[in-house]
Each structure stands twice: as C-alpha cells, then as structure tokens.
Design a protein around this ligand. Structure first.
Ligand SMILES: [Zn+2]
Ligand SMILES: [Zn+2]
Length: 268
C-alpha cells in the first residue's frame, strides 16, 4: 500500500475565448478531484518526501537550515524564462531567513513517463531525477517544469501547478505554452510562470493553515489552504492581466495577513 499525502494545485478555469474579450486571465487553485493524496515514501532522502506543509518552519526560519538550494528540473525545451529564474531569488530572500544564502541550480532531465501526467507520474519523475536534497545546514527544494499537461485537466479547466510534497512542486510549463499558442496576442510567460511559482511556494511555506499556524482568521472556508483576501497571492483564484505584458508589477504578492503568519513561523 502506498502512503498518501496532501497536495494543492493552481488551476486555470476560464474559457480562453472569453478571456481574450475581457483581456484577463483567470487562474484559480483548488484541490484536485481525485483525492487528497499522493503516493510517497522510500527511505532514501525521506526528509524531502514528507507531506505538504511539514517543512514550512524549516524553510522559513534559520533554526534547522541556514541556506537553501533550489533545483529547477526541466526537459529540453521547457526551461522557464530567464526572467522567471532571475525573479526567484528576490522573492525567496524577502521571506526566508537563510543567512548563508540561496542557490539555484538547473537540471536537464528526460522523463520516461508519457504525458499527460498523473500526480503519481509526477512523483515518479521526481524520484528518478531529483538531485538536490537536504544536506547538512542546507534545505533542498525541487521544482519540475513539466513537458506534459496534468491528467486532471478537463475542458477549460487546466492545472497550472501543484505543490505535492514538503519540498516539491510541479509547474506545468507545457500548459503555459499551449495557452500562449491559443492566444493571438500572446501570453507573457514570465508573468504566469512567476505567479504560479510564487503561489506554490506559498503552499510549501505552509499557507494557508497547512503547516504555518494562522495568526488571524483569514483561511477561506470555501477553499481550504487559501486566503480570503482577494488580491493576496494565496487567494484561490488569481487574476492577472496578460495583455499588460510589460508589467510584472501585476503579479500578486502575499497580503499582510499571510506575511504575519510567515513571520510568526520564523520567516522574514
Ligand atoms: Zn493554491
Ligand atoms: Zn493572504
């Protein structure tokens, strides 16, 4: 029997045609329909194979780990934009107490699974390819930029990203490329990549109420693990203007309630 664990996914749920008319892209995040859990657990590097949210304090504070190493794993052709990669560091530095620094490494991989991917296959790809794990005072995070869509996609509802373990997430790069192909005016990939990445990082930081305790009553009762504040990064549905392509300032950030939670759990 497999052990199962929590995960949470960011979804895109508006018809593309309608979006083009109003010039907005809507992304929303909710649990997948096929249960609350993903398989896990081999003994090797087991500290990095724990349920979502359980390393929130280890990521946020300097108590256990004083530095962070982030692995960006992607097949040929699915590297995120350089701008997305450049933006990761500042975002993490602003919230994580890592006095010995944050390092980002890239890993070109060749998944043997066939897309679209179930979350079990996403886990298998990690288990076959991940190279960065907790090591001494350094905590490791793995991000897979996927060459396949999620098998949970249906109709106009597509999954953009999923945080599925304590230090693991998948970003469905293939889906961003498909959305860009379907948009006559193009989609700013950096905008949607970075918005999705930051939202999923929020989940592995324990937001909302999945490993980082609430300091105020702001968990959305209708969308667990998300924030009730509409312009917060952790709102279940994030709206970004895809046509204002020069403006990365439209990427949502944590609101003050989420920041208060992170700070109370050791973050900056
Ligand atoms: Zn979410
Ligand atoms: Zn919030």
């Amino acid at each position: 029997m497999h052990k199962y664990m929590k995960r949470t996914s960011l979804r895109f749920e508006k018809a593309i045609a309608a979006l083009l008319l109003i010039g907005l892209i809507g992304v929303s995040c909710k649990k997948d329909d096929d249960g609350d859990n993903t398989p896990q657990q081999t003994t090797e590097n087991s500290a990095n194979k724990q349920p979502l949210g359980t390393s929130a304090n280890e990521l946020l504070s300097a108590d256990e780990f004083t530095s962070l190493r982030v692995e960006l794993a992607y097949p040929d052709g699915f590297r995120p934009t350089q701008e997305t990669i450049d933006l990761i560091d500042d975002f993490l530095e602003a919230r994580l107490d890592k006095p010995d620094g944050i390092t980002i490494v890239e890993n070109r991989i060749e998944p043997t699974q066939t897309p679209p991917y179930t979350i079990n296959e996403i886990v298998a790809i990690e288990d076959e390819n991940r190279t960065v794990f907790n090591n001494g005072d350094e905590i490791g995070v793995y991000i897979f930029f996927s060459d396949g869509n999620s098998s949970s996609n249906s109709g106009s509802s597509v999954v953009l990203g999923t945080a599925y373990r304590n230090t693991s997430m998948v970003i469905y790069e293939k889906t961003f490329m498909d959305l860009a192909d379907q948009s006559p005016t193009g989609i700013n990939r950096t905008l949607i990549e970075t918005s999705t990445l930051r939202h999923e990082f929020g989940h592995i930081f324990g937001l909302v109420n999945i490993g980082t305790p609430l300091t105020s009553d702001h968990e959305d009762p209708d969308n667990n693990r998300h924030c009730v504040v509409e312009d917060c990064l952790m709102y279940f549905q994030t709206v970004t203007n895809i046509f204002n392509s020069s403006s990365l300032s439209t990427i949502p950030d944590f609101d003050e309630l989420c920041i208060a939670d992170l700070q109370a759990n050791g973050g900056l």
